[in-house]
Structure formats: structure tokens, C-alpha cells
Design a protein around this ligand. Structure first.
Ligand SMILES: CC(C)(COP(=O)(O)OP(=O)(O)OC[C@H]1O[C@@H](n2cnc3c(N)ncnc32)[C@H](O)[C@@H]1OP(=O)(O)O)[C@@H](O)C(=O)NCCC(=O)NCCS
Length: 202
């Protein structure tokens, strides 16, 4: 375990959060270990300027990953040679969707939101939020970017989409429903990725 991980474990309160962090890190290291052919205990991370974790540079394997967790659910994504980001949300989460829409969506996203029934708006916002967060995480900035300037909906709303950022880099957005009541998104640099999804023990 690295010193950053040790410090984080000590900082977590309440204990439930600490245990969740330890479990999530443990699972991440097991999975990374199996993909990279490493002993999970030997896995160390480097961090981007805004905290995005990467497999330590001395590992001769271009494997990239990203992780997200909420309550007792976690989603991990892995690929070779491209940046990626993931996010999950419970669709039952209570949010002020009207305020979020007006503040954080682009004009086009807002127009789509306005075309939906009241009932579908909250779910749309939560799914779109996973897009916004996964896109930011793929780019290493989290939600520290102008969310209302990045148009992330597809031609039919939440269908899979390809977007190009200001630097001309393309990003593939894939929306997932990994489980009843959960919406998720994976954003990967480039396009044409083939996805394989696995569910770990219930
Ligand atoms: C990245 C961010 C969106 C995560 O928010 P969250 O509610 O904890 O969301 P998630 O559960 O979806 O993601 C957590 C995981 O994202 C990854 N992560 C952390 N920072 C990241 C970043 N800048 N980019 C991509 N992924 C990141 C980690 O694997 C983390 O897992 P861990 O907490 O077990 O280490 C949020 O922290 C953020 O916007 N950060 C921006 C930068 C910032 O403020 N950094 C402060 C330290 S410099």
C-alpha cells in the first residue's frame, strides 16, 4: 500500500466510509493485477494533476482504468492505450433537477430536457450527469470544467454518442444500466471500442 492510500484510509470518517474505500481499492487492485499480470499487493499508483489515478509508470503495460462508487455499488472500467472515465448514480437519488438543468446543461441538452415529461426529467438529468462526470473523469478533470459548455447528448438523447472536444480529440460515450435503479456511463478516448461487461458477486 502506498503512503497516499494509507493517509486516505486514516482520514475516512465514519468507519463505514473507510471500509468502503478499502474494499473498493482492494477490488480495483485485484482486477488490475489480473489484467496487468501483477501481484495486487505490488500495485502502486501515480496521480494526474487533479487526482486521476494511473498505474505507476514503471509498469510496462499501457493499461488504463477508472472507477466510481456510490453507497455499496462500484463500477470499474479498463482498456489499453486510451483515457477513460466512468460514473454511476442511483436513479432514485433526489436532485433539484430543474435547477441542475438550467445551470449545468447546454442549450441543446436543455431543449431535450424541456421536451420530456416531468416524470422522465429527473432520470434524464441523473443519466446525463453520469455523462458529464464520466467525460470529465476521462479527461482527468473530474467535474472541474464548464459543464454547460460540453454537449453530451446523442441524436436521441441518451443513446451512445461520439463527441469531439476543443482539442479535436474524440470521445465515445456509452450509457449503461448495470442494475435495476442504477444508471452509468463510460467515456473512452477515440471510437469503435468493443465493450465486455462483467458483474462481480451480488
Ligand atoms: C473526480 C471526481 C468527479 C470524483 O467524484 P466522486 O463523487 O468521488 O466520484 P466517483 O465515485 O465517481 O469517483 C471516485 C474515483 O474517481 C477517480 N478519480 C479521482 N480523481 C479523478 C480525476 N481527477 N479524474 C478522473 N478520475 C478521478 C478515483 O479512482 C476515485 O476513486 P477513489 O476515491 O476510490 O480513489 C471529483 O473528485 C472531482 O471533480 N475532482 C476534480 C478535481 C479535484 O477537485 N481534485 C481535488 C484534489 S486535487
Amino acid at each position: 500500500m502506498g503512503s497516499i492510500e494509507r493517509e486516505r484510509i486514516l482520514r475516512y470518517r465514519p468507519e463505514r466510509s473507510r471500509i468502503r474505500f478499502i474494499c473498493a481499492r482492494g477490488i480495483l487492485k485485484q482486477l488490475l493485477g489480473s489484467y496487468a499480470g501483477l501481484n495486487p499487493q505490488d500495485i502502486r499508483f501515480d496521480y494526474g494533476p487533479l487526482g486521476k489515478p494511473y498505474l505507476k509508470a514503471d509498469v510496462d503495460m499501457p493499461i488504463q482504468f477508472n472507477a466510481t462508487h456510490t453507497r455499496n455499488e462500484a463500477l470499474y472500467a479498463f482498456c489499453c492505450g486510451a483515457e477513460l472515465g466512468v460514473d454511476i448514480e442511483f436513479t432514485s437519488r433526489s436532485v433539484n433537477h430543474e435547477q441542475l438543468a438550467r445551470k449545468k446543461l447546454t442549450l441543446e441538452e436543455c431543449q431535450f430536457y424541456d421536451s420530456l415529461s416531468e416524470e422522465r426529467r429527473r432520470k434524464f438529468i441523473l443519466s446525463l450527469w453520469t455523462r458529464k462526470e464520466a467525460y470529465g473523469k476521462a479527461r482527468g478533470v473530474g467535474i472541474r470544467y464548464p459543464l454547460n459548455a460540453a454537449n453530451l447528448i446523442g441524436t436521441e438523447g441518451l443513446n451512445n454518442a461520439i463527441v469531439t472536444d476543443q482539442r479535436g480529440v474524440t470521445w465515445e460515450i456509452v450509457q449503461l444500466s448495470p442494475k435495476e435503479g442504477i444508471t452509468a456511463c463510460v467515456v473512452t478516448e477515440g471510437e469503435g471500442w468493443r465493450f465486455r461487461c462483467f458483474r462481480l458477486g451480488e
